[in-house]
Design a protein around this ligand. Structure first.
Ligand code: SAH
Length: 485
């Protein structure tokens, strides 16, 4: 982000528009939405500007621009219609340290004006940093269509209650919940409809129930945030993120996901970074209970689905023991997201009738799965946390009777920008992992075969071809010579 969006208070301040033609008129029209004092300086003026001047809505000065004109202004628009006309205006504003916008000259502007959806006092500003103004207009059109024209009325009605709310509901958390209930309930409908009597009644009812709410009740939501791609969040996860007072965040949760949370929600990072500091499970449980008991809405953000290798049981039990309401919002687990990315169902009618998720990591380091059952044909496996133990998994499966030719697919960082997919077979699994340098979070699929499913292998899947490791240096030299001509 190069341009930082802010809302500037122009009430009673002076803004200069240098120029008197069409460009200047457009800027004046926009500024007239505010209560600023608009100065327009040019040697001649378009009729619309003259009319506005006569009405006293803007101040016109018919003369050449002078550098001293920028003094005391909070914003300057260079809108003379020519680069040579704009140049002295830009120079004067820059010299005085006043933000300047030169129309159609973003390279000479220190600020740009966004596309605006105006539901005063609700204002949505949309910008693309000049990259694609048409896109900004399209977004504006969509917002115009979806935001009711009377949204401003709702905001004004809420504004009228702010002092009373601060007085009657001093607790910050309770007050936020009051506002959330108010703006979602009958008050909203009545205010949008302009029905003042009904909206006042609805507000009174909410104030009364807020008055008897002694202390806020905490709640812990274990939220499945999916494998990385924020578009895979459920609507409910987005809702809970919005409501949360505090976020307790795992390492595997994508940064984009956090954008759905309120900016002022506290963030506690408890993720385990390889080699870095991390909070143990007991510590995480303590944090959740501590925050829940404060009456806060705790969003416990977890990668994938909380119920799959997510330590959900420990966190739920800790909450239950402390008498705090706890709920689980499911997420897309890594195996399902990765299967989608490789275009491969994890079950196939008549062919793959069982699908097992298993962990390649255990507390005591022993992989005591039922390898015989797992190695039977018609059984697909997704291995989580299995990169370090891939060699052992291979040995166990083959030892239990699986063919070394059983197809395997490794999906690393599935759905993220740095996703990699490598296809190999069970016999060459560890060589493939090493050859491609895979070391991020990954799912190892065993027993999924595109051919068998009658499906096309996606183009982004890389295939591991065993290298002729046992060649002599003579053979390598010969082959190189042959390939290079
Ligand atoms: N609860 C999570 C799993 C947590 S265990 C879920 O349902 O997905 C952590 C393991 O999940 C990692 O070691 C890796 O095996 C897998 N994983 C998580 N994110 C992944 C991703 N984006 N791509 C591939 N595997 C991932």
């Amino acid at each position: 982000m190069r341009y930082f969006p802010i809302f500037l208070d122009l009430d009673g301040r002076d803004v200069l528009v240098a120029g008197g033609g069409e460009q200047a008129t457009q800027k004046v029209r926009l500024l007239l939405k505010t209560s600023t004092c608009i100065w327009v300086i040019a040697e001649c003026f378009a009729p619309e500007l003259i009319a506005l001047g006569v009405e006293g809505r803007i101040r016109l000065e018919r003369r050449a621009f002078d550098a001293a004109d920028v003094a005391g202004k909070v914003l300057v628009y260079a809108a003379t219609g020519s680069e040579t006309g704009n140049a002295p205006v830009i120079a004067a504003a820059n010299a005085a340290g006043i933000p300047v916008n030169a129309v159609d000259e973003p390279q000479h502007s220190s600020f740009i004006t966004p596309a605006i959806v105006d539901r005063n006092p609700v204002v949505v500003a949309i910008g693309t940093e000049g990259a694609a103004p048409v896109l900004a207009r399209e977004i504006k059109a969509r917002l115009e269509a979806s935001l009711p024209a009377s949204l401003g009325r709702l905001a004004e009605a809420a504004r009228a209650l702010r002092d009373r709310a601060a007085l009657e509901i001093p607790d910050g958390i309770l007050r936020r919940r009051f506002w959330e209930r108010l703006l979602a309930g009958p008050f909203r409908a009545a205010a949008l409809a302009g029905d003042l009597a009904s909206s006042a009644r609805a507000a009174d009812t909410e104030f009364q129930s807020a008055a008897i709410e002694a202390s806020p009740r905490g709640r812990i939501s274990l939220i499945g945030c999916g494998p990385g791609d924020a578009d895979l969040l459920t609507l409910k996860a987005q809702q809970r993120l919005q409501e949360a007072d505090v976020l307790v965040v795992d390492r595997l949760v994508g940064e984009d996901v956090l954008d759905y949370a309120r900016r002022d929600a506290e963030r506690i990072l408890v993720g385990k970074t390889p080699g870095g500091p991390s909070a143990g499970q007991d510590e995480i449980n303590r944090i959740l209970v501590r925050e829940g008991l404060k009456g806060r809405r705790v969003a416990r953000l977890k990668g994938g689905d909380p119920m799959i290798f997510g330590r959900a049981a420990e966190e739920m039990a800790a909450a239950q023991e402390a008498g705090i309401e706890v709920e689980v919002i499911p997420g897309v687990t890594a195996a399902h997201a990765c299967a989608a990315r490789i275009g491969m169902p994890v079950t196939l009618r008549e062919k793959v009738r069982a699908f097992t998720v298993l962990t390649g990591a255990t507390a005591d380091g022993t992989l005591d799965h039922d390898w015989k059952a797992l190695s039977r044909p018609g059984h697909a496996i997704a291995i989580y946390m299995g990169m370090a133990s891939a060699g052992e998994v291979r040995a166990r499966l083959i030892g239990a009777g699986a063919s070394p030719k059983t197809p395997v697919v490794v999906v690393e960082n599935g759905t993220r920008a740095n996703e990699r997919v490598v296809a190999a077979d069970l016999g060459t699994l560890t060589e493939a992992i090493a050859a491609f340098g895979l070391n991020g979070p990954a799912i190892i699929f065993v027993g999924l075969d595109w051919d068998e499913a009658g499906l096309v292998r996606p183009a982004h899947v890389e295939t591991y071809h065993p290298s002729p490791a046992r060649w002599s240096s003579q053979q390598v030299a010969e082959a190189t010579h042959w390939v290079m001509g």
